[in-house]
Write a protein that binds this ligand. Structure first.
Ligand SMILES: Cc1cc2nc3c(=O)[nH]c(=O)nc-3n(C[C@H](O)[C@H](O)[C@H](O)COP(=O)(O)OP(=O)(O)OC[C@H]3O[C@@H](n4cnc5c(N)ncnc54)[C@H](O)[C@@H]3O)c2cc1C
Length: 315
């Protein structure tokens, strides 16, 4: 049976949500799911994820922390040798992007960045979809069998694996350090608390239709009083009206809330790329021809400032 190696990532000593999503992605393509742990202390949580068949913990691997790209690349190569996977899944993250291409090059493996869909073709070939040209094109890539494919998966596309109830086996693999790291990691800056849009059930997202920076308060207060998170299109982030953690879209975050309300957002491809999997989309826009109405379940041809003022009176 073919094996899929999932390379785990941590944040503050916990498995990231993106790692749990990789396990779900691995299940969808089928095969034995092996989770590789490079940072110590994650193996128990990894073994409890639903769908995991085996956890392999690298001992002596990271040492100077998980931004040590050279050591991580080395550990992943050793994991690949040990597990012999046909597919290696990593999160499309700042960590993986800094070393995974080097691993692929060294192994002469297929490499896919920012995969948004994975499936097996009729003959068992892995088919990955990635978006290109600012989201205007989706490329379908058939990955040759025989060498491992290294695939970086966009966070937020798959649901995270739940708890299995019982733990998978854990193996330990000794991996000596490759030598003194040339990488000095200084700081990891987290988004402001309360704006992890990837986990939100309801998002009120505002676009250029807000008109002026002072109007943002109306929407952020409304969102806060209703217990939902505030998202935005890119222009509001570009002009510095909102921090980048609020940006939804191809160069922002991918979200899949139960309800996504787009206030004054036209529905450009690059924005839609990040919210199209929302269960219900509500759009408010003064332009009846705005593309957002093409994907909205409910549309209001109305002024967002008037709609928000009415909503504020109701809550
Ligand atoms: C490489 C690349 C990556 C990008 N990545 C992203 C990304 O990640 N996320 C993203 O959002 N964009 C991204 N963009 C930008 C994207 O192409 C659009 O320019 C952007 O999404 C438009 O934002 P918007 O809908 O707020 O603004 P606009 O397109 O200007 O739309 C504003 C809308 O508000 C409506 N409106 C105006 N006033 C009112 C009112 N009072 N009441 C109701 N409606 C009103 C208008 O009718 C209009 O439809 C990217 C672009 C490129 C080239």
């Amino acid at each position: 049976m073919n094996a899929i190696l999932v390379v785990a990532e941590q944040l503050d000593g916990e498995l990231t949500e993106a790692t749990k999503e990789l396990v779900t992605a691995a299940r969808t393509i089928g095969g034995r799911v092996v989770v590789g742990i490079i940072e110590p202390g994650l193996e128990e949580a990894a073994a409890l994820m639903d769908g995991v068949d085996l956890v392999v913990r690298v001992d002596g691997g990271s040492g100077t922390g998980d931004f040590d790209h050279e050591q991580r690349a080395h550990s992943v190569r050793v994991l690949i040798d040990h597990v012999s996977p046909d597919t290696v899944l990593l999160a499309w993250s700042i960590r993986s992007a800094s070393y995974a291409p080097a691993v692929a090059e060294e192994l002469d493996a297929a490499y896919v960045a920012d995969a948004i869909s994975l499936a097996r073709g009729d003959d068992g070939t892995l088919v990955a979809v990635r978006s290109m040209y600012a989201g205007k094109v989706h490329a379908e890539l058939e990955l040759a069998s025989g060498v491992p494919a290294i695939v970086l998966v966009r966070p937020g596309v798959w649901a995270g694996a739940g708890d299995a109830g019982s733990a998978a086996a854990v193996e330990t693999l000794e991996v000596p350090r490759v030598g003194e790291s040339r990488v000095r990691h200084r700081e990891y800056v987290l988004p402001a608390p309360g704006v992890d849009l990837t986990q939100a059930d309801v998002i009120f997202a505002i676009g250029r239709g807000v008109g002026a920076e002072e109007n943002i308060a109306l929407f952020s207060e409304l969102a806060q009083s209703m217990g939902v998170l505030l998202g935005s299109s890119r222009p509001l982030v570009d002009v510095g009206w909102l921090p980048s953690a609020h940006q939804v879209g191809q160069t922002g975050v991918t979200v899949k809330p139960k309800v996504y309300v787009a206030f004054g957002i036209s529905g450009a491809l690059q924005h839609v790329a990040g919210m199209k999997d929302s269960k219900m989309v509500v759009a408010v826009n003064t332009d009846p021809t705005a593309p957002i109405f093409g994907i909205a379940d409910v549309g209001y041809n109305a002024d967002i400032l008037e709609v928000a003022a009415c909503m504020r009176e109701l809550v």
